[in-house]
Design a protein around this ligand. Structure first.
Ligand code: ZN
Length: 157
């Protein structure tokens, strides 16, 4: 079962020249881990919602998966641009809470990092490459947080 297909991940960048063999291979590997994580979350009772804007579990309006050169969203060095990151539509924060409770399982699946939920108010960012600091649940930018911490984070702190 592929909850998120390669076409969903590339979105508007599918078949536009930047879904090269390299980015397709990277995305395929990322999606194996992400789809297993989503299946595990569903099995644990997490309710996932399809994003009406993308028709899939990918967040945003075309920049939640792969970001090509023309994408105005996020920094140039973003892992989205090398097909190593994805934003999952998560307006109820149920998946984010599940991820925080299941870091060990996610690491085992190959998810090497998650952005801190205070900076991702309606989505959950996962990536299969670690950040330089090695922190699993990391602060993604110097900008002020956009949302309050989740109860799972307070418990861990
Ligand atoms: Zn992201």
């Amino acid at each position: 079962m592929n909850l998120i297909a390669l076409e969903d991940y590339f979105g508007p960048f599918w078949n536009h020249g930047e879904d090269t063999p390299e980015t397709r291979a990277a995305a395929t590997q990322l999606l194996v881990a992400v789809n297993r994580a989503l299946e595990a979350a569903i099995a644990d009772g997490v309710v996932l919602i399809l994003n009406p804007k993308t028709g899939s579990y990918v967040s945003g309006e075309g920049n939640g998966g792969f970001r090509g050169r023309a994408s105005p969203v996020g920094p140039p060095g973003s892992k989205h641009r090398s097909a190593h990151a994805i934003d999952i539509y998560d307006p109820l924060r149920l998946f984010a809470c599940w991820c925080l409770r299941n870091e060990a399982r996610l690491r085992e699946l190959g998810i090497a990092g998650m952005e801190r939920p205070e900076w991702t108010p309606t989505w959950t960012h996962l990536q299969d490459l670690p950040v330089r600091s090695g922190t699993w649940c990391f602060v993604p930018s110097d900008t002020p947080p956009l949302a309050a911490a989740l109860p799972e984070q307070d418990r861990a702190a």
